[in-house]
Design a binder for this molecule. Structure first.
Ligand code: GDP
Length: 691
């Protein structure tokens, strides 16, 4: 008998994992009662240990699904929280502490939660039982309790007291049964009293006659009857010393001594049930009977469920197997594949292009600072007679002025920290490419894995940044003193810088267009520009310019006008310089002082070439070798301790796939267990209604 209940409880617990469907489940015993009715005391007496959270402010906020396992081999009693991975807790005060904490994890604003705590207790002295402890009904919400607490508790209990569960309705003898919230609730869902067991606690607090009358079951008849108990642990003095281990012995001794005083009322002839021990027996019988009677229906329901699941598996996934490990391995393969493809497209030429582009900007900066800005160095409105190119020394290759200008510009380029610039430019390009790869890969749907991979890239790149940058600087050292340009390099520089200037010109023009849009059209912009020009030449006085503007233009408009004038002048100069670069003068290296654009471009190319050689060996190749290993190692760390499962389930598609397979496996397992249960009992015991 015992063994059968144990197996059915096991089946029930497995079914809990399948899902919430009410048809595909076996019954459990649900314990309800108002606060202070003695509910906890009864449960603890059944278990034989004090383990439930107590105290005036302690409201149970989550159901506790308690599985009692009769384990003849257990040398000591112990509890387990399977969901938390906590096993073999032999100290019941620790179990109590855990329950308090799990209870407190429900935020007060939520009042109660229907997410159950699973607790399994093993002992040679407990019967196999499946009990669910629910929050006690409250009559009036306390001062600090939210108003809806009462309603929420009641709703939560309603969910659990539905059939086929057995209701253990706890009421105290010293409270009129008509007012018992537990019995009222049970009558609502079980009006004929077919699956409710009444427990009357605190029998010691009423007259023995009155107590016996309650148990006689006349007023509110229940088919499974009432049991009267004194579940309170007697005070530690005198006759009833607490046993250090099991409290049931003490409680039961106390009950026997109390009820024994009234043999006429509570003796065997009275046909009244009293005592926790009797209650336990009753619970075992009723549970076994109720479970057995539902076994066939449950089996049928599971079979249907399994058929449906198998069908889904075929239709949706073509019976393709799936595990979290396989998913991770496939995701990694996919990512590595993308990475290798990327690695084959990003090498020296690409680094060269990136770095050269960055240096082109620096060349333009030098040109602007040392050559182009000269005539329009200031945009203050009342500029005296504007400088113009004619004021500068003649473009004489022998003029020390132009020598100095070009030498300073060239040396500024070589000393601007190309090492750092190069490593930064390349590292950030690689990093952003990796981030794009992640977004294209299966990891895109996994925020934490994304971060891990991205950080792995950053770590490997950062590892080499310093030495690479240093190495580049070292190898560029000679250029800091002299740069020797070959005719071929000059030619290349000339071609290249023409393109750079063209792009820069286009930028100026685009910026101009944008300004037109901002101020409200080309005409308007022209008007402001004319005013700014005149102001610069001193033809109009703008001394009175305040924050409100001048000449009928607002300050903001004037600022835009100055910007436009700057852009126009810049465009003019670039146009002029483009012609110069293309002219015969700039054809040959000898004329380098005429053509600083070409010379500086050639210098920048030299710097780029040297830097790229270093970058390739020191940084990129190292990255390509180490990054995949780093990703694997770092991802591996996050997959420990349930991380793998969490990872796979982040992808909704995989989660559904895994869930379906798990469901199918669980249903198959349950069916096989029911089968062996049926085989054990060749007569089909338990399935018949008349057990
Ligand atoms: P719960 O709030 O329903 O869980 O009730 P408890 O089990 O915490 O009991 C409430 C109070 O009633 C506690 O002080 C218990 O000691 C006391 N109590 C419980 N059962 C009995 C009993 O059978 N007799 C007496 N006299 N007191 C009891």
């Amino acid at each position: 008998m015992m063994h059968i209940t144990k197996m059915m409880i096991e089946i029930r617990n497995l079914l809990q994992k399948v899902g919430q469907s009410n048809t595909v489940t076996l019954p459990a015993i649900v314990v309800i009662g108002s606060q202070s009715s003695g509910k906890s005391s009864v449960l603890e007496a059944i278990v034989g240990h004090e383990f439930l959270p107590k105290g005036t402010n302690m409201i149970t906020r989550r159901p506790i699904e308690l599985t009692l396992v009769n384990d003849p081999d257990a040398r000591v009693d112990y509890g387990e929280f399977p969901d938390l991975g906590l096993h073999r807790i032999t100290d019941f005060s620790l179990i109590q502490k855990n329950l308090v904490e799990l209870n407190q994890s429900v935020p007060e604003s939520e009042c109660v939660s229907d997410d159950p705590i699973h607790l399994v207790i093993h002992s040679p002295r407990v019967p196999d039982l499946s009990l669910i402890d629910l929050p006690g009904y409250i009559q009036v919400a306390g001062e600090n309790q939210p108003r809806e607490l009462k309603r929420k508790i009641s709703e939560l209990c309603d969910k659990y007291i539905r059939g086929p569960n057995i209701i253990l309705a706890i009421s105290a003898a010293d409270v009129d049964l008509a007012n018992s919230t537990a019995l009222q609730a049970s009558r609502r869902v079980d009006p004929r009293g077919e699956r409710t067991i009444g427990v009357i606690t605190k029998m010691d607090l009423v007259d023995a006659e009155k107590g016996a009358a309650i148990l006689a079951d006349k007023q509110y008849p229940l088919r499974l009857g009432y049991v009267g108990v004194i579940s309170k642990l007697p005070t530690q003095t005198g006759l009833f010393k607490r046993d250090t281990g099991n409290i049931l012995t003490t409680i039961s001794r106390n009950e026997k001594s109390y009820f024994g005083q009234y043999p006429a009322l509570f003796g065997s002839d009275a046909h009244i049930n009293t005592g926790v021990v009797t209650l336990r027996k009753k619970l075992m019988q009723v549970l076994e009977h109720q479970m057995s009677s539902k076994l066939q229906v449950t089996q049928d329901a599971i079979q249907r469920e399994l058929q449906e699941t198998t069908y889904q598996f075929k239709v949706q996934y073509n019976e393709e197997p799936m595990t979290a490990e396989a998913y991770l391995a496939a995701s990694l393969d996919d990512f590595k594949h993308l990475f290798h493809k990327y690695a084959s497209t990003f090498g020296r030429p690409q680094m060269h292009e990136l770095l050269k582009e960055a240096l082109d900007q620096r060349v333009l900066d030098q040109l602007a600072a040392r050559y182009w800005n000269k005539p329009i160095s200031d945009l203050v409105p009342a500029l005296p007679e504007p400088d113009n190119i004619a004021d500068l020394p003649k473009a004489d290759p022998k003029s020390p002025y132009w020598h100095l200008q070009l030498d300073t510009a060239s040396s500024a380029l070589t000393r601007l920290g190309v090492g750092r610039l190069a490593t930064t430019v390349v590292a950030s390009a690689v990093q952003s490419n990796i981030d794009q790869l992640i977004n294209k890969s299966a990891f895109a749907k996994h925020p934490s894995a994304r971060q891990v991979i991205s950080e792995a890239a950053a770590t490997v790149l950062a590892d080499r940044a310093y030495t690479t940058s240093d190495g580049i600087e070292f190898s560029l050292k000679p250029y800091k003193y002299e740069v020797d340009i070959q005719p071929q390099e000059w030619q290349q520089g000339r071609d290249h810088i023409a393109g750079v200037l063209k792009t820069e010109l286009e930028h100026c023009q685009a910026a101009m267009k944008q300004l037109e849009g901002v101020v409200g059209g080309r005409k308007k912009l022209k008007e402001v520009m004319t005013f700014v020009d005149k102001a610069r030449k001193g033809e109009v006085v703008v001394e009175g310019e305040t924050r409100n503007g001048a000449g009928g233009f607002s300050a903001a408009l004037l600022a835009k006008g100055r910007e436009a004038v700057f852009l126009r002048d810049r465009a003019d100069i670039i146009n002029m310089r483009m012609l110069a670069v293309k002219s015969r003068q700039c054809k040959s290296l000898e004329n380098k002082y005429y053509c600083p654009e070409v010379f500086l471009d050639a210098v920048a190319t030299k710097l780029t070439q040297t830097a790229v050689l270093f970058l390739n060996v020191e940084m990129l190749n190292d990255f390509y070798a180490r990054f995949p290993r780093e990703v694997e190692a770092k991802l591996g760390e996050t997959m420990l301790g349930g991380g793998l499962d969490r990872f796979a389930r982040e992808d909704p598609r995989i989660r559904r796939h895994l869930d379906l397979i798990k469901r199918k496996e669980l249903l198959e397992l349950v069916l096989s267990k029911i089968d062996s249960l049926n085989r054990m009992d060749g007569t089909g015991m338990g399935m018949g209604p008349g057990m």
